[in-house]
Design a protein around this ligand. Structure first.
Ligand code: NAD
Length: 474
């Protein structure tokens, strides 16, 4: 694993990029069936290395095998199968209708590969978040350089082996390394950059992309609220919020970041959360670390402790958990109340297993709060009232939303997954991912027999009648 950019890596990056540029046309011209074969090959190779992947994820994040299987690997099989099944319709030319000025023409839209693409991934789902855009990039017929996160080194090593064994570097290559390697990659004129990571680095990526006007998909972070309406089954809401907040030790981009609950229901909600946490993560009062992840790094552990300490110093109360074990980077499932809005934990994305619970008297306070802050990646509403759900949805904005559940909306490849403004731009998964790596090329074929567009050519003298007619029809 490189820790900074060496001369060898710099040379390798140039070599790979140039070889992909030279190879891109042949990849583009290859039959669509070749893309399906590559996706099948990828799935077979992942299957053969499943245990290695699980072990690596355990090493990097103490990820339970069940979570690795469902969120990291099976998720990718589903993406691959969906792409293979739909690739023929996605890649076929779509004919659109004509209007008066282009009557008798044939108008089509084709999805063409963008060319040579860059995919940069974070560490929290280090396998899935590199592989999912790769599936879309292959489906769309691109060459691609992948840069996994340096903070998940064991997974990065398995990913390197996997990619090297099935692809030639002039088509798909992986370059390991940290921000310096990313910076070197970002200096190149990629046709598309697909970045998943923090909002802060997203801005750096977009700035670098602007030098070459490379298009970007930015899958970023933010604070995703869960709003609990008064008339709801609190037990169900607590069950789902517990799962969403503490899976992967809270290190999930769409984890509920904080919860709004009616002031009369806070105590009942806390009791239900406590019972749920005990049932899911404790065994005879001992935290069951087998089923509970660790914090990725010492720096992130310190960052979380700092958010926690700052909240407490400003008046927050620890209602559940609050134990930080530095030796194995474990933060116990933690729930806070009385968290002031100016505390860091209410200003920054938590990205860990510490959940602030905020009370409201009237739902309009919740809407005002959400709208006064950056647009979240996800918004969760627990309510039995369709009217209330629609009213909250209408008055707020977020990347995606999920009603009476959390996070599970990511599992449907028919739904576009992505953020808005600070939580990201562009969509991924299924057709939306394929589209991100494709250029929507419009082509008009003029009629060889009747060319009606000539009616608007000069000289204009004597064309008053034509203008009158056009005004009537357009
Ligand atoms: P990060 O932005 O620190 O790093 C992401 C990637 O960018 C890594 O590969 C890293 O090496 C690289 N990088 C870091 N600094 C860089 C720089 N200065 N220039 C260029 N590249 C640089 O993010 P992270 O800590 O790995 O991941 C956590 C963040 O990612 C959270 O904010 C989370 O919400 C977000 N995230 C978003 C999604 C999504 O789908 N929207 C999914 C997972 C994580």
């Amino acid at each position: 694993m490189e820790n900074s950019l060496t001369e060898d890596t710099r040379i390798a990056i140039k070599r790979i990029f140039n070889s992909q540029k030279n190879n891109q046309l042949s990849i583009k011209l290859a039959p669509v069936n070749d893309r399906k074969k590559k996706l099948k090959k990828l799935k077979t190779a992942i299957k053969a290395r499943e245990n290695e992947i699980f072990e690596a994820l355990r090493k990097d994040l103490r990820k339970p095998v069940f979570e690795s299987a469902v969120f990291e690997v099976l998720f990718i099989y589903a993406e691959i199968d969906f792409a293979i099944k739909n690739l023929s319709p996605w890649t076929s030319q779509q004919t659109v209708s004509s209007n008066l000025l282009n009557l008798m023409t044939k108008c089509c839209i084709s999805y063409e590969p963008k060319g040579v693409c860059l995919i940069i991934a974070p560490w929290n789902y280090p396998f899935q978040l590199l592989m999912s855009p790769l599936v879309s990039a292959i489906a769309a017929g691109n060459c691609c350089i992948l840069k996994p996160s340096e903070l998940a080194p064991a997974t990065s090593t398995v990913l390197t082996k996997l990619i090297q064994e099935i692809f030639k570097e002039d088509e798909i290559a992986l370059v390991e390394g940290d921000a310096c390697v990313s910076t070197e990659l970002l200096s190149l004129p990629f046709n598309h950059i697909f970045f998943t990571g923090s909002t802060h680095v997203g801005k750096i990526v977009m700035e670098a992309a602007s030098k070459h006007l490379s298009s970007v998909t930015l899958e970023l972070g933010g604070k995703s609220p869960a709003i609990i309406d008064e008339d709801v089954d609190l037990k169900k809401a607590a069950d789902k919020i517990t799962w969403g907040t503490f899976a992967n030790a809270g290190q999930t981009c769409i984890a509920p970041d904080y919860v709004f609950v009616h002031e009369d229901q806070q105590e009942k909600f806390i009791d239900l959360m406590k019972a749920n946490i005990e049932k899911k993560y404790f065994n005879k009062e001992q935290l069951n670390k087998e089923d509970y992840g660790k914090i990725i790094s010492g720096n992130h552990f310190k960052r979380l402790k700092n958010l926690f300490d700052d909240a407490l110093a400003k008046g927050a109360k620890v209602r559940i958990g609050g134990t930080f074990e530095e030796s194995d980077k474990t933060v116990y499932p933690t729930v806070l109340t009385n968290v002031p809005p100016d505390s860091l934990i209410m200003q920054e994305e938590v990205f860990g297993p510490v959940l602030p619970v905020v009370t409201y008297k009237n739902i309009s306070e919740v809407i005002n709060y959400v709208n006064a802050n950056n647009k979240p990646l996800a918004l969760y509403i627990f309510s039995n009232s369709n009217k209330n759900v629609e009213s909250i949805l209408k008055q707020t904005s977020s990347g995606g939303a999920c009603i009476n559940d959390v996070m599970i909306h990511i599992s449907n490849p028919h739904l576009s997954f992505g953020g808005i403004n600070t939580s990201g731009m562009g969509g991924s998964h299924g057709f939306h991912g394929f589209k991100a790596f494709s250029h929507e090329r419009s082509v008009m074929y003029q009629s060889k027999f009747i060319d009606i567009s000539k009616i608007i050519y000069p000289p204009y003298n004597g064309k008053g009648l034509i203008l009158k007619l056009l005004r009537k029809l357009m």
